[in-house]
Write a protein that binds this ligand. Structure first.
Ligand code: ZN
Ligand code: ZN
Length: 607
């Protein structure tokens, strides 16, 4: 403590003045003591409060006979950062409290005692002090709730919560937060719905519960509710909503959040900026993603990595790689995520030797150990460039047990290079590792069809039927007027279904005139040729596109999100649509973006 000369008393904080007077006094005054201790607590100096008390006690043992100074002492002991200190101090203060008879009756002391034990990590003592309380008010209960939630014991917290006669905003928020952190969306929502008493923290806890559980649709619904209720969102909420938008591919809502940020002058920190970059990239708007990136004043490794991955997934491999070299030349240390982007960029560009160099530089130069995902990228890179034997060797040499993703990457490469033998080897592994996914049966059947191995095709059909493999339904969605319109194959549930099917028919007629021939060999069901053509024409992405052509102005860009890989037929149909209808179409499938324009796709037919 530095005194600023004799006349500085008036400008010195009240607690320092009290401290000075206490030290001089022969008989320390309880009022001055509580003033000084409260001042130290407010200044986040709990140790000073305890040291002062210790210095005073020999002269004035009755100081702790005052419930107020006792509870302040307990609060101070609870916030001392030294390990073990809070417990020892708390316990000795507890003993004193018992002796003076205050702890039994005084709620102040009792609450501080429970908090001191809880913060010292002694939940059982906190609970005992809580149970012994003859009276429990909302503050005492909230301290107990927070103690359980901090330990992740939400069920215990719930028991206390259910037993509370009176609850306040803190009680409700503590429970919502407790369930949200555990990812228990349903329970968090139950508590959230149970009260009208909500603040920004209640909403952001609920929002992060949805984000954590990847319940993107519900997160977006909550955002709507929140806007309607006139709640001003905080940064945590916006980051969660943006991640939901990216997940669902809802550019309109994402842009709405960005608009809110801009028009309210919200400071774009690293987290919010990175979330915006990621959202725009995942919603197919790489231009705005780049714009946010360039305007961000501060960036961290996640910001750079998100941008590298975004560019790579959009097929802008050269841009991704030059951003990576800028990042390293600016002295930033790339991490695992950055290298995923770098390897994807090399894969989409077919840069085999560069990809190998980056891959070995991971551990040799950057100290980042490659994970199974990076090996997956390498298998994909080698396989797609036709180095199937080398990809197979890499799988044999890798230090992990290869997973289904790796074998699937190899199978995908076999489709491009019509390699039946290696495809069968990959399939044998996939049947063990991921027996219920239908995608690879379809892929292998396509490989047989391309190789005109009709026996193989028939065998795959039989297998799918015999092992009753559940086909994951393909879903495609398109955003129109701030709403996501989702379609499955053969979907007739849309209110404008009749118009959509008329449009689809017209669309297919136009394409036939332009030379389209349906690839009916891709249909695995045993049905006649005409039914096969219809089945192909009703694939979910074609329905979404028909809806898009119906509802949007001529020449505007259509953005489609698909949950699986697009089939060859859909891919070639979309290429033709971009030509015949003079439209840009941006399709996000499970792995990447396809930018269709003037009859071509940015993936150059490797996907
Ligand atoms: Zn299709
Ligand atoms: Zn493509």
């Amino acid at each position: 403590m530095r005194a600023r000369g004799s006349g500085a008393g008036a400008t010195r904080p009240e607690h320092l003045v009290a401290h000075a007077r206490l030290v001089k006094s022969a008989c320390p005054d309880a009022f001055l003591a509580t003033t000084a201790m409260r001042g130290y607590l407010r200044a986040c100096l709990p140790l000073q409060a305890i040291l002062l008390l210790r210095a005073l006690l020999p002269r004035a043992p009755r100081l702790l006979g005052n419930s107020f100074s006792l509870s302040l002492a307990l609060q101070a002991s609870a916030t001392i950062p030294a390990p073990g200190a809070p417990f020892t101090l708390g316990a000795s203060l507890h003993a004193r409290a018992l002796k003076s008879g205050f702890a039994a009756a005084d709620l102040f002391v009792r609450t501080a005692l429970v908090e001191a034990y809880a913060k010292a990590g002694r939940a059982e003592l906190a609970r005992a002090a809580f149970d012994e309380a003859p009276l429990r008010d909302v503050f005492l209960c909230n301290v107990m709730l927070a103690a359980y939630v901090a330990r992740g014991e939400v069920a215990e917290a719930r028991k206390v919560f259910d037993g509370m006669r009176e609850r306040d905003l803190v009680s409700w928020n503590t429970m919502i937060h407790g369930y949200a952190v555990r990812g228990d969306v349903a329970m968090a929502r139950e508590i959230f719905n149970g009260t009208e008493d909500r603040d920004a923290f209640s909403w952001s806890s609920m929002m992060s519960a949805y984000a954590k559980g990847r319940r993107s649709k519900e997160a977006l619904e909550l955002w709507r509710e929140m806007c309607a209720a006139g709640v001003v969102p905080d940064c945590i909420t916006m980051v969660s909503v943006l991640s939901a938008c990216g997940d669902m591919g809802t550019l309109a809502v994402g842009a709405e959040v960005h608009q809110f940020v801009e028009s309210n002058g919200v400071e774009v920190d690293v987290k919010l900026g990175t979330a915006l970059i990621d959202m725009y990239a995942k919603c197919g708007d790489i231009e705005n993603s780049l714009r946010v990136f360039h305007f961000m004043p501060a960036k961290d490794v996640l910001t750079w990595s998100s941008m590298v991955i975004g560019l790579a997934n959009h097929g802008l491999g050269h841009e991704a790689l030059s951003l990576f070299s800028r990042m390293t030349s600016e002295g930033l240390k790339p991490n695992e995520i950055t290298f995923i982007g770098v390897l994807i960029a090399c894969t989409h560009l077919g840069l085999v030797s560069e990809g190998k160099k980056y891959f070995s530089s991971m551990s040799e130069v950057h100290g980042v150990a490659p994970r199974v995902e990076h090996y997956g990228c390498m298998v994909d890179l080698l396989g797609r460039s036709g180095h199937i034997e080398e990809a197979r060797q890499l799988i044999r040499d890798m230090p992990f047990e290869p997973d289904a993703v790796i074998w699937r990457a190899l199978l995908g490469a076999c489709r491009i290079y019509k390699n039946v033998e290696v495809a069968e080897e990959a399939m044998a592994k996939l049947r063990v590792l991921d027996p219920h996914a239908d995608g690879h049966y379809v892929l292998l059947s396509n490989i047989y069809a391309q190789a005109s191995s009709w026996e193989g095709v028939a065998e795959m059909r039989k297998t799918i039927r015999r092992e009753s493999i559940q086909r994951i339904p393909g879903r495609s969605s398109i955003e129109w007027q701030n709403t996501i319109h989702e379609f499955v194959s053969g979907d007739r549930s849309h209110p404008r279904s009749e118009e959509i099917y008329k449009m689809l028919e017209e669309m297919m007629n136009q394409l036939r005139k332009a030379g389209y021939r349906p690839m009916t060999c891709l249909v695995l069901q045993d049905i006649d040729e005409q039914s096969k053509e219809r089945a192909l024409a009703e694939h979910s992405e074609k329905l979404a596109i028909a809806f898009g052509l119906l509802t949007t102005p001529a020449r505007s860009t259509l953005r489609i999100t698909k949950n699986l890989r697009a089939c060859e037929d859909c891919h070639s149909v979309i290429k033709l649509i971009s030509l015949v209808y003079d439209r840009k179409l941006i399709v996000r499938d499970r792995n990447r973006f396809h930018h269709f324009s003037e009859g071509q796709c940015s993936c150059k037919d490797y996907w």
